[in-house]
Design a protein around this ligand. Structure first.
Ligand SMILES: [Zn+2]
Length: 415
């Protein structure tokens, strides 16, 4: 049984890595092949130089992604079959007493090592690629301050939650997975409420939208669509990056609308209204609730499976661990599962793209679809997003339909 699991795990890892590399190389080839001509639909609005910048930016990011995929796979192999996790567990057992303290030490060790491995990628992305294409605004000082704040926050929130999970796993008998799920779901919902008011302000400044005419426009849209929220805020996204965005945060009565200051600079008031109408569409059509319910259902399923595996010696042996423990089961499971679920990524992408079309339909009904088309074109141009993705790469990963299809849909020619 252990040997079978090892074999299946190796096959899943190899298939996942091969798929990631193959899709990335297709994306690079496709974007390069279309580098020298702006697609006709955009030729009036997007200059060739911007199109070429988008192509080079996409290729640079995709290349780094290939290296990242290879590094991830190597790290997972070293942790599991390479004996890294077993070594960390032995070390934790020498240093700490009690299962919960040892479990916390194991998870911290794994988190610290994987963060150190991914840090160079973040640095190259931010100060290499993003800087080269003119998007990076973050200073090394702020980068380090963010890093430290992130570490303190994950320690302050993560350690007590993890201790609770390990305690439930140890004390709640064979139905522990149900208890962990209940605790996890409760904490996630609580975080949704606390995030906008307590956590996000640690990283950014939020000020109420003060542009009177824009505010009036937005409030008219909110009233027209019957949307209640706790206000419209502007976030100082420009201190980190010139990429623009808008989002909703919180849920129930604590909902807020947040615009990046960069987006407000890029778009006209009518375009901003259309973008907001699209986001409102996601709420009105219950996309956000559906995603949340699906996530909770899937985590219940995964925890149930872990409940079946946790007492099976072959589960540990098959993944390179000699000493079973609850914390180890948790770590092994979350390390091994993505290799098996990766081929299912297109299902989630497909569902997400369906939601995007529906939200676009909503925006077209509530505002002017022409304004949304203008806004999308500007956002593609200013964010150097490629207009010519490889169709297979896009079908596999993209949460949003390619620009040309989305605009064709908005124009009424349904793809
Ligand atoms: Zn959307």
């Amino acid at each position: 049984m252990a040997t079978t699991l090892t074999l299946l795990f190796l096959i899943a890892l190899a298939v996942t890595l091969a798929l990631r590399l193959w899709l990335a190389s297709r994306q690079i080839a496709h974007v390069r092949a279309h580098r020298n001509a702006v697609p006709v639909e955009f030729s009036g609005e997007i200059p060739l130089s911007d199109h070429q910048k988008a192509a080079d930016y996409t290729v640079a990011k995709t290349r780094l992604g290939m290296l990242n995929a290879a590094t991830d796979t190597a790290m997972i192999l070293l942790f599991t079959l390479g004996g890294g996790l077993e070594w960390l567990w032995q070390l934790s057992s020498h240093l700490f007493n009690g299962d919960i303290a040892r479990g916390l030490a194991l998870v911290c060790g794994v988190t610290i090592i994987s963060s150190l491995v991914s840090l160079p990628f973040t640095i190259v992305t931010t100060f290499g690629i993003e800087a080269r294409y003119g998007f990076n605004k973050i200073t090394p000082k702020l980068f380090i301050a963010d890093l430290l704040r992130g570490i303190l926050l994950s320690a302050a929130l993560g350690l007590p939650i993890l201790a609770l999970v390990l305690w439930l796993m140890a004390k709640m008998g064979s139905a522990w997975w149900l208890w962990v799920w209940l605790a996890w779901t409760g904490i996630s919902l609580l975080m949704l409420v606390l995030y906008p008011t307590l956590i996000a302000p640690l990283f950014n400044k939020f000020s109420p939208l003060d542009d009177a005419s824009l505010k009036e426009r937005i409030e008219a849209l909110l009233t027209r669509t019957g949307f209640a929220s706790r206000g419209v805020y502007v976030m100082d996204g420009s201190k980190r990056s010139s990429h623009g965005n808008a989002y909703f945060t919180g849920f129930g009565a604590a909902k807020r609308i947040v615009f990046f200051d960069t987006l407000l600079k890029q778009l006209t008031p009518a375009e901003i209204e259309a973008v907001l109408a699209h986001e409102l569409g996601h709420f009105k059509l219950k996309h956000i609730t559906q995603r949340m319910v699906l996530t909770f259902a899937l985590s219940l399923g995964f925890l149930f499976v872990l409940g079946l595996l946790i007492d099976a010696p072959w589960f540990y042996q098959g993944l390179g661990v000699a000493t079973p423990s609850t914390a180890m089961a948790l770590v092994l499971f979350f390390m091994a599962v993505p290799a098996f679920t990766f081929p299912l990524t297109p299902l989630s992408s497909l569902q997400s793209r369906r939601h995007e079309y529906q939200a676009d339909d909503f925006a077209a009904k509530e505002t002017d679809s022409g304004e949304l088309i203008h806004a999308l074109t500007k956002l593609y141009r200013d964010n150097a997003a490629t207009l010519t993705p490889d169709p297979l790469h896009s079908a596999f990963y993209d949460s949003h339909p390619p620009a040309a299809l989305r605009i064709a849909h908005l124009k009424g020619a349904r793809p």
